[in-house]
Ligand binder design. Structure first.
Ligand SMILES: [Zn+2]
Length: 312
């Protein structure tokens, strides 16, 4: 019994920690004289030229922080933002949308960094030391070549049963139609594969529409603008990228992908203030709406091909 109450207490403390906004370290009241411009001041940065008051000596620790700061990893700690994206993503987004820009690593830069790391782990920096992109590419190539031979076989088989007159013309049209549709679908599928990150971003943009529509009246983000919600989606995308990097690194990518798709429910619940079920239902509904739109586009292009073959 004791351990369970202990766990409950710990969980409550964790929940409190999750919801507490980031606290910036207090300002030192030490007097500084800026080595660059000679201004005397109190604080962490020189008010005249902006130089940091820290690390006047070139210690190793100072050099490390300087190295990180020069690459933009200093103050807005990269690692802290990663930790918060895993442990309190929704509250991080809330803080960021409330204007705590300096507390976190910039969101677009973060997404770009994570995309670079994703590329690194999927091209060999993983426990199997396998180039997963190349492997997928060859597998895809094999599938397509199989499809092609099948298509050629049917194309060869078709003319042998040619009858006379109108029927054969109809046959020809239907084979042409089938060919156009199949090439269209295969090309689309290939495009998604070849430009995976591009299509992911396109999907996020598409998904953000119905998600915004579903969540715009949420109790905790009442009056949120679409542009703000879109930024929240960028953060969600970064969180998913972190999980996907871990799964690719451990080579459990295929099984993890489905669960990773569900993870935005966590930040969306924390951000919106809806219950878990409310959030899950709204999330699934948004997914369905976005998927319906894509199916609608596919049907539209098939109808277009139909008109092209039969009425032109
Ligand atoms: Zn100065």
């Amino acid at each position: 019994m004791k351990t369970s109450t202990d766990l409950k207490k710990r969980y409550r403390l964790f929940r409190l920690w999750q919801q507490r906004p980031y606290r910036v370290a207090p300002m030192s009241d030490e007097q500084h004289s800026c080595p660059t411009c000679g201004t005397n001041y109190v604080g962490n940065y020189c008010p005249r030229c902006g130089q940091s008051s820290f690390s006047r000596r070139f210690s190793f620790k100072g050099n490390l922080t300087r190295f990180l700061e020069e690459w933009g990893f200093g103050n807005r700690s990269f690692l802290r933002t990663i930790r918060d994206l895993v442990l309190r993503p929704g509250y991080l987004i809330r803080d960021y949308l409330n204007g705590m820009f300096m507390a976190y690593f910039p969101p677009f830069k973060m997404l770009l960094m994570l995309a670079a790391i994703t590329l690194l782990v999927s091209t060999g920096f993983n426990i199997k030391r396998q180039n997963l992109i190349q492997k997928e590419q060859t597998e895809l190539e094999e599938t397509f070549s199989e499809n092609k031979t099948e298509q050629e076989e049917t194309a060869v088989a078709a003319p042998s049963e040619k009858d006379s007159g109108k029927e054969s013309a109809d046959d020809e049209k239907s084979t042409r139609f089938a060919k156009i549709v199949s090439t269209m679908l295969i090309k689309g599928y290939r495009f998604i594969y070849d430009y995976y990150s591009l299509t992911t971003i396109a999907w996020i943009i598409l998904l953000s529409g119905p998600l915004f529509w579903m969540f715009r009246h949420a109790p905790k983000i009442l009056g949120i603008a679409y542009s703000e919600f879109f930024l929240a989606m960028i953060w969600c995308e970064s969180m998913m990228a972190i999980f996907s990097i871990v799964s690719i690194f451990l080579c459990i990518d295929t099984y993890a992908q489905f669960f990773i798709l569900l993870t935005p429910v966590i930040p969306l619940r924390q951000l919106s203030g809806y219950s878990y079920w409310q959030t899950i239902l709204r999330y699934i509904a948004s997914y369905t709406l976005a998927a319906c739109f894509i199916i609608f586009l596919i049907i539209l292009s098939i109808v277009g091909a139909l008109f092209y073959v039969y009425f032109s």
